[in-house]
Design a protein around this ligand. Sequence first.
Ligand code: FUB
Ligand code: ZN
Length: 682
Amino acid sequence: MEKTQFSRPLDLKAVRITDAFWHAHQETVRREVIPYQWEALNDRVAGAAPSYCMHNFRAAAKRVAEKRLGKAFVPASDTPRGFQPPPEDPSQAEPDRFYGYVFQDTDFSKWIEAVAYSLLQHPDPDLERTADEAIDLVCAAQDESGYLDTYYILNGMDQAFTNLRDHHELYCLGHLVEGAVAYCQATGKDKLLQAACRFADYAAARLGPEPGKRKGYPGHEIAEMALFRLYEATGKETYRALAQFFLDQRGTRPYYFDEEASARAALEGKPFSPGRDPGRYAYHQAHLPVREQAEAVGHAVRAGYLYSGMADAARLTGDETLYAACRRLWESIAGEKLYITGGVGGTHIGEAFSYPFDLPNDAAYSETCAAIALVFFARRMLALEPKAEYADVMEQALYNTVLAGMSLDGKSFFYVNPLESVPSACRGDKRLEHVDPVRRKWFGCACCPPNIARTVTSLAAYAYTESPDTLWTHLYLGSELAKRAGGANLRLAMESALPWSGRAKMTVHTDAPAACTLAFRIPGWCGGEPPAIAFPSGIQAEDRDGYRYLSGVWHDGDAVVLDFPMPVRVRTADPRVREDVGKAALTRGPITYCLEQTDNGPDLHLLRLDPARLSEIRPVPAEILGVPMTCLEAPGLREERGDGPLYRDYCPPETRPATLRFIPYYAWANRGEGEMRVWVRI
Ligand code: FUB
Ligand code: ZN
C-alpha cells in the first residue's frame, strides 16, 4: 500500500449526474422522499409513526433559552432511560419532553445531508430556505458549552457521556458532522458546521488519552469517519486525533463499556457484574483492538461504519496494520457473509453478522443501512487501492439492496431486505417477526429511509476517484465531470446504458492536450468474457487489478468506447450456505433477479429452473409501475402440489413446463403483497 497512490472521490460540485437510471431515482428522492421526510420529522404524516425529531429540537431550544435566563432545570419526574415512548397523537406531546429513540436527532442530520446533495444537483430556493430555518432551530438547541444532543439536554446534561455504549451521543455527533459538512460544501453556509465543530470540540475536551478525560469510544460507530471528514474539511487536527483515539481505544482492556457501566452502578449504589455473554463486546466490535480484528462481527451497520473509519485512518496515516485489518475484514464479508443482493447481516439477533456462510434467505436481516455501510467501506477501500473487487461489491449493494429499500414511487421503505418472502409466514412465524412482506411508510426507528436519501443523492461520490494525474471510473453512470490534469482543464462526458446493457462511452473535452490516465473498471459481471474497449491511437493500455488503464496525451474530442459483455449468469452459492444448496440465482450485469408471485403464481418453492435449458434464458424489456427495466424469462418446471396426506411414499414429482419470469430484486413488492424469492430450485 503506497500512500502516494491513494485517490479521493471527486468534489461533488464537479460532477453532474445525467444517467437515465440513477437520475430517475435521484428525482424520486428529491420530489418524494425529502419533502416526505420533512413532514415525518415534523409529525405531520397521517398513518405513520410520529418522529418527534423537530419537536425535540424545539423543546431543547426552549430549555437552552431558559438556562441562559438562569431558570433551574427540572427533569421530568419519570426521566427516561433510552427510548422514550412518544404519544401516538402529536397534539398530546408535552412541549418540554424528549420523545423517541436516543438518536432521534439523526433523523434531521441525515435529512439535511440529503438536502445538501440534492441542492447541488438541483438548486431549489424553497427547500434551501426550509433547510436554513431547520438549521436555525437546531443551532438554537445547542447548549452554551457546545453540547448538542437533545436527549441529554432535556433529560439532564450531568449524565452526558456516561453511557457511550448505548446512548448514541457520539452517533448523533457523527451524523451531525456529516450533514453539516455536506451542507456547507453544497451551499457555502457554515452555521451548522460551526455548531458541529463546537459539539466535536466539546467531545474532544472530554474524551481522549490525556489525563482527566474519559477513555471511551462510540457504542454505535460513525463518529470516526465523520471526524476524519471534519478534519479534512477544516484542517483542524483535534478532529483527526479524536477519531484516531476512538479507533485505537476500541477493544482495549479493561473494557471501557464495563468501566462506565460500573461507574453508573456505583452512583446508584448497585453492584456491577459485566455478565458472561462472550458476544457482548463483539456486538459493538469492541471484543478486540481494531488492528487484531479478522472477522466481521456484531451489529452490521456499526461494523460497516467502523471499518470505513479504519480505512479513512489508513489512508490519512498510511498505517499498514490498520490497512491489513481492513483487508481481513473485507475478505470476511465478501468471502463469507455477503448476500447475492449485496446485503449483509444474516441474523436479526442484534441486527448482526452471523457466523460464516450463515445466510438465511427468509430470516435475513440485511438492513438497508448495513448495505449502505458496506458501500461506504467499499468506497474507502477503493481510495486506498483501486481494485475492481471493491467496486463490484459496492455496485452490487447499490443496485440491489440499497435500491430495494425504497419503493419505485419513493413513498415506502424496507428496513429488512429478505431474499425470500411468503407473507403468511411473515405473519405466522416468530422467527420472521422482523420481516415485513411489504414496505412501510415510515418507521419509529427511521434510520433507513434517510440513509437511502443521502446515498442516492450523493451517488457521484461513488462513481469516480481521482489523483492528480488519474481518474478512475468505478461505476458507469451517465455524468459530466470536470478535472484538472496535465496542465489542462478537462471536461469528461460519460454516457452509459447500464444497468440494462454494457455499453458506455467517455468523451474527452479539453482546452489543451492533456497528459493523464483514465482508468476504467472491468466489471466482474462480464463473467470472464473479454470486454471490447476502443480508444484513440497513441494511448497506452494496461490491465491491473480489474481496471484498464489508458495513459497518454488526450485531445479534445477523444473518446473511449466500452462494450462490456452482459450475459445472464446462473449463480450457485458455496455449498456451506446451507439454504442455497440445490438452488440458483440469476444475475445480469449488476442486477440480481427474483421471482414474484404476481408474475409466477403462488408457491414459488415449487418452481424449478430447467438445467438443460439455461442457455435459453433471455432478457425481455418490461415496465413496472411505468418504470422501464429488463426482466428475464427462463424455461422451467412447476411441481404439482397434488392432494394427499402430510407424508407420502416417494415417487418422482409430477411437473409441468412453466416459463419463469424474473424481475430485478430492487423492484419487488411494488405491485401489492405476494411471495418473492431470489434463490430458485434447479
Ligand atoms: O441504532 C441506530 C440505528 O438504528 C442502527 O444503525 C440501526 O441498525 C437501527 O438499530
Ligand atoms: Zn437502518
